[in-house]
Design a protein around this ligand. Structure first.
Ligand code: SAH
Ligand code: SF4
Ligand code: F3S
Length: 459
């Protein structure tokens, strides 16, 4: 096969700031922060490293090469990364023979500054340079100088479709689209991932067929704005229709933007044989004034009309969302509208966050005027409401039979396994037979809590 790596020449000069030890211990350890895109980028990095003669360390203690795949979506994610980095830095200063590489969104955003502040880092690769990780390692090993490679391309950061070392035995991610042109006022992603780029339908299908042959039961296609995928005259529905012919049981996609979620997409969700009865559609706020300042390009009414059409086309569809509380200028009335919308919709699950000002973003130029304690109170109120909704919804599932893709044995007890249902709920279940990760199980739900269901494997 032709290596796609050749498409990405290295353009940046070497940053000669210090001298490195030769890389003797070729065991790698990847620490991943952030979204599924980062999780899958780490799987690609692992695959590339395997191909270059590295192997996965059993744990941090025996690793010679560390790669931290970073996220900068909120201050908290960055803080977690810096805590981890500082710990590794101390180990290195204490004499540990380790190579430290940084990838992902903080790497892209901070580049040379990150190295200047942490001179013990050996290399930094940006979000468009995932494919180049082995070349960069080879270069720093030869030249014995740190390297920062954060150039952005107009192409997708394509790696050969068969390289990624996927961490789940049954669920496989495929990147179909990267980057974002939306520039929501709060968000750093367009700056860390660059403009929208789409993989070709052909490459996506090659990878999907390969994964089906490998026995994966579920494919999840990934994009920052996945429903904006378009390539060679094909649109997102064409992509979904093509993927429906692949021999896997389940398909999912994440993350969709409500402004680009068309009626045709909703209708296809009602017809598809493979798409799981689950959709993640971030609404962010229940106030049109806030949505406008967020530059989200839709109103609450438009969002609600997508959901009602969806529930008509596919009854029982589980819908999850993201909410930001305490966006600049958010009043008590705005927040009340958010809780009203959430109560009205009854989301099946929710990721809710306190607004966190982000470098480069438009809202970063505005005063972060909602006090921390007000943000916290709003978040707690919203989460309490959502918890109640989930408790009720989960209770209603008791007695139902759900198909579950098994993630693995539960950490809590033997004979207990954990998995995800088609509606994307965590299902813990008892099985007298050993339930293999990556296989499907039929589970009768016997009990429920706010965040998960409990049941018994059938047969
Ligand atoms: N592409 C996705 C979102 C990616 S970020 C989309 O458009 O929906 C995931 C979530 O993080 C966002 O939906 C938003 O709820 C949250 N988020 C992003 N930036 C944030 C910020 N500055 N402060 C708080 N939450 C933020
Ligand atoms: Fe961020 Fe908005 Fe793009 Fe999503 S659509 S990645 S929230 S800018
Ligand atoms: Fe974080 Fe970058 Fe994903 S900022 S959420 S890792 S796109």
């Amino acid at each position: 096969m032709v290596s796609l790596l050749q498409n990405h020449p290295i353009t940046e000069p070497l940053a000669i700031l210090g001298f490195l030890q030769p890389i003797v211990n070729k065991k790698f350890y990847i620490e991943t922060f952030g979204c599924q895109m980062n999780v899958h980028d780490s799987e690609k990095i692992a695959g590339i490293l395997y191909q270059s003669g590295y192997e996965r360390a059993e744990g941090e203690a025996d690793a010679g090469v560390f790669i931290i795949n970073t996220c900068s979506v909120r201050a908290r994610a960055e803080r977690k990364f810096h805590g981890y980095l500082a710990r590794l830095g101390r180990r290195k200063k204490d004499g540990a023979d380790i190579t430290i590489g940084i990838a992902g969104c903080v790497a892209q955003q901070e580049g040379n500054d990150l190295l200047a502040r942490n001179p013990f880092i050996d290399f930094i690769i940006g979000t468009h340079q995932v494919h180049a990780v082995a070349e960069v390692l080879k270069q720093i090993d030869e030249v014995r100088a740190p390297r920062v490679q954060t150039g952005m391309t107009t192409e997708i950061s394509e790696v050969e479709p068969f390289i990624a070392k996927r961490s789940h035995p049954g669920r496989a991610f495929i990147t179909v689209q990267e980057g974002c042109n939306k520039f929501c006022a709060f968000c750093v992603v367009p700056f860390t991932r660059g403009r929208e780029r789409c993989r070709t339908l052909e490459n996506i299908l090659i990878e999907a067929r390969y994964l089906a042959e490998q026995g994966y039961g579920e494919i999840q296609i990934l994009g920052q704005n996945v429903n904006c995928w378009a390539e060679g005259g094909n649109n997102f529905i064409d992509l979904l229709k093509s993927l429906d012919t692949i021999h896997v049981k389940w398909l999912r996609f994440v993350t969709s933007h409500p402004a680009h979620f068309t009626e045709q997409m909703v209708e296809w969700m009602g017809q598809s044989k493979k798409l799981c009865p689950q959709l993640h559609l971030p609404v962010q706020s229940g106030s049109n004034q806030v949505l406008e300042r967020m530059r989200r390009d839709y109103t609450c009414e438009q969002f609600l009309s997508i959901l009602s059409l969806l529930r008509r086309c596919r009854p029982g569809m589980a819908i999850s969302t993201d909410i930001i509380v305490g966006f600049p200028g958010e009043t008590d009335e705005d927040f009340a509208k958010t809780t009203e919308l959430c109560a009205e919709v009854g989301f099946d699950s929710m990721f809710s966050f306190a607004y966190s000002p982000r470098k480069y973003s438009l809202a970063n130029r505005w005063v972060d005027d909602v006090p921390v304690d007000v943000k916290r109170r709003r978040l707690m109120e919203l989460q309490a409401l959502q918890r109640q909704i989930q408790i009720e919804k989960h209770k209603n599932l008791i007695g139902d039979e759900l198909v579950v893709l098994i993630d693995g044995p539960s950490k809590k007890a033997t004979e207990i396994y954990s998995g995800h249902s088609g509606c994307n709920r965590v299902v813990n279940f008892i099985s007298a037979k050993i339930a293999a990760p990556g296989q499907f199980a039929r589970v009768r739900i016997t009990n429920s809590g706010p965040n998960s269901l409990f049941g018994k494997a059938i047969d």
